[in-house]
Design a protein around this ligand. Structure first.
Ligand SMILES: CCCCCCCCCCCCC/C=C/[C@@H](O)[C@@H](N)CO[C@@H]1O[C@H](CO)[C@H](O)[C@H](O)[C@H]1O
Length: 466
C-alpha cells in the first residue's frame, strides 16, 4: 500500500450558492445567480438554489457528517451578498456574519481546518448592474469585501482562496453567456473578465499581505481548474495546439499572478487575430507595467481543481469572420472513446492526467504548495456509487505518485463534493456528493453513500491499496 503524508489534509468541498439556500433569508441580498436562476429556461428543469441543501439552517449536520467521515478539512465559500447585501460596505448583514462565525466555530470544535473561498460565483446583483466582472472598479469592491472577511473571520482561517475558477466565470458568463450575467460577448468578454478578476485577486492578496498576514499568519491563493490536455496526434501542429490549449484554459488566469502577465502565446494570438479583423489594438487588455508589478507573485499556494482530460487537435487557419476566444485559440476539443465517461458528458475518468497536470503546474509556476481543491465524479445520485469510488481511487493514486515519486508538495485534497448540490446550469440533474441529499424532502435528508465510507477508510489509514 502507498501512504499519504501524516499531515495530509483530506477533506471535502462545497460552495455557498450550491448548498446554502436561504437565498433571501435574514436580509441577504440577491446575487446574479439568484436573479439568473429565476429566469425561465436558463437552468435544467428551472431548478434554483433557493433552498438547495438548506445548509444555511443545517450547517451543524454538515459538520457532524465531516466529523463522522474523519475529514480534516472543509472547503466552503462565503456568499458575498449574505455579508454585504448589495456588495458594498455600506451595510454589513449581522445575520450573515453570525452564520459564518457559527460554522467556523463548529468546524473548530470538530478539529476541521476551514479552506475558505471568498468568491465562488455569487456576485451581488448590484455589482453586476454596475458592469460586473467587466468593470475594473469591481476589483476595489472585492478588496473591501475581502478586508471585511479577513477582519471578521481571519482568526479562524489559515487558507483563503480568492476566486473559484476565473475560467468558468469568464468563459461561461462573459464569452458564452450561459452563466450570469447571460450576455455573450465573444472574443472580448472573457478577456476583460480575466483582467478584472486577476486585478481583484491581487487586490485581495495585497490587503491580506499588508494588513492581516502578520497577525493572522494565513495564506491566500488563487484557484483555477486546470485539466491535462493530450494532443490528438504527435504532429507538430497538434503539439503546438496542446500547448496553446493549456494556456487558454489554465495559463490565461493563473500565469498573471504567478509570472506577471498573460501567457505569451495568448498575447501573440489575440494580437494577430485582432489585427486580421481590422482592430487597431488587441482585444486582450494589456497589463500596464504598474499592474504587472502589482499582480506578480500574489499567490501563496496553488489551489488546483482537476476533473478530467481532453484531446486537442489543431484547427487549420482560415478566415476570421467574427471575434471569439475559440477562434483565437484555434483548436478542437474532444474526448477519447476509450475513456470511462460519467453521467455528465464533459467528465471522463483519465487519472494519468492528474499526475501530468500537477507536474505541469509545478514546473511552470513553481508554487511552494499545491492543494487539490476540487476533484469529483458525476452520477445520478445512487447510494451504491461504485463509479465514484473507482474514480477517486485512481485520481488519488496519481496524486500520491506526484507526491511520493515526483516529490511535489501537494498538501491537501478536498473532493467535490461533500453533499449532492445545485450544479449550476445542470440544476439537480447530476450529483457529485459523498452524501446524498433528498431534494424532495423539506428536511433535505442527508444519507451517507458507499463512496463516503470508502473515503473514510482512506482518510483514517492514509493508505491506498492497488
Ligand atoms: C460527448 C461529448 C464530449 C464532449 C467533450 C468535449 C468537452 C468540452 C469541454 C467543455 C467543458 C465544459 C464543462 C466543464 C466544466 C467544469 O470544468 C466545471 N464545471 C468545473 O467547475 C466546478 O465544477 C463542479 C462540478 O460541476 C462544481 O460545480 C464547482 O462549483 C465548480 O467549481
Amino acid at each position: 500500500a502507498k501512504e499519504f503524508p501524516e499531515d495530509f489534509l483530506f477533506g471535502a468541498a462545497g460552495a455557498a450558492y450550491q448548498i446554502e439556500g436561504g437565498w433571501d433569508e435574514d436580509d441577504k441580498g440577491a446575487s446574479y445567480w439568484d436573479v439568473f436562476t429565476h429566469i425561465p429556461a436558463k437552468i435544467y428543469n428551472n431548478d434554483t438554489g433557493d433552498v438547495a441543501c438548506d445548509s444555511y439552517n443545517k450547517y451543524k449536520e454538515d459538520v457532524a457528517l465531516l466529523k463522522e467521515l474523519g475529514l480534516k478539512s472543509y472547503r466552503f465559500s462565503i456568499s458575498w451578498p449574505r455579508i454585504l447585501p448589495d456588495g458594498t460596505p455600506i451595510k454589513i448583514n449581522q445575520a450573515g456574519v453570525d452564520y459564518y462565525l457559527n460554522l467556523l466555530k463548529e468546524l473548530k470544535a470538530a478539529g476541521i481546518e476551514p479552506i475558505v473561498t471568498l468568491y465562488h460565483w455569487d456576485l451581488p446583483q448590484y455589482l453586476s448592474d454596475l458592469g460586473g466582472w467587466l468593470n475594473p472598479q469591481i476589483a476595489d469592491y472585492f478588496g473591501d469585501f475581502a478586508r471585511i472577511c479577513y477582519k471578521l473571520f481571519g482568526d479562524y482561517v489559515k487558507y483563503w482562496i480568492t476566486m473559484n475558477e476565473p475560467s468558468s466565470t469568464c468563459v461561461n458568463g462573459y464569452e458564452q453567456g450561459i452563466h450570469p450575467p447571460g450576455v455573450p460577448l465573444p472574443g472580448a468578454g472573457a478577456y476583460q473578465c480575466a483582467y478584472v478578476q486577476v486585478l481583484a485577486h491581487a487586490k485581495a492578496w495585497h490587503i491580506y499581505d499588508d494588513e492581516f498576514r502578520a497577525q493572522q499568519n494565513g495564506k491566500v491563493g488563487l484557484n483555477n481548474v486546470c485539466n491535462w490536455l493530450y494532443p490528438k496526434s504527435n504532429s507538430t501542429e497538434d503539439l503546438a495546439a496542446q500547448d496553446r490549449a493549456m494556456e487558454f484554459t489554465c495559463g490565461l488566469y493563473v500565469n498573471p499572478v504567478w509570472n506577471g502577465n498573460w501567457p505569451q502565446v495568448i498575447i501573440d494570438r489575440v494580437n494577430y487575430t485582432s489585427q486580421k479583423q481590422g482592430y487597431s489594438f488587441s482585444r486582450l487588455p494589456e497589463f500596464t507595467p504598474v499592474e504587472i508589478d502589482y499582480i506578480n507573485g500574489t499567490s501563496d499556494f496553488f489551489a488546483l481543481n482537476i476533473y478530467t482530460s481532453y484531446l486537442i487537435e489543431n484547427v487549420a487557419e482560415e478566415a476570421f469572420p467574427t471575434p471569439s476566444l475559440d477562434q483565437d485559440a484555434a483548436y478542437n476539443i474532444s474526448g477519447d472513446p476509450s475513456w470511462t465517461q460519467s453521467d455528465a458528458a464533459w467528465l471522463y475518468s483519465v487519472p494519468d492526467g492528474a499526475r501530468k497536470v500537477i507536474n505541469y503546474v509545478n514546473e511552470k509556476y513553481k508554487p511552494s504548495e499545491i492543494i487539490i481543491t476540487e476533484n469529483g465524479w458525476a452520477d445520478l445520485g445512487q447510494l451504491a456509487d461504485q463509479g465514484r469510488i473507482s474514480y477517486l481511487k485512481d485520481y488519488l493514486s496519481n496524486i500520491l505518485d506526484a507526491i511520493l515519486e515526483d516529490g511535489i508538495n501537494v498538501t491537501g485534497y478536498t473532493t467535490w463534493s461533500l453533499l449532492d448540490n445545485f450544479e449550476w446550469t445542470d440544476g439537480y440533474l447530476y450529483k457529485f456528493g459523498l452524501v446524498q441529499v433528498d431534494f424532495n424532502s423539506a428536511n433535505r435528508t442527508r444519507t451517507i453513500k458507499d463512496s463516503a465510507r470508502w473515503y473514510q477508510n482512506i482518510t483514517s489509514t492514509r493508505q491506498l491499496f492497488d
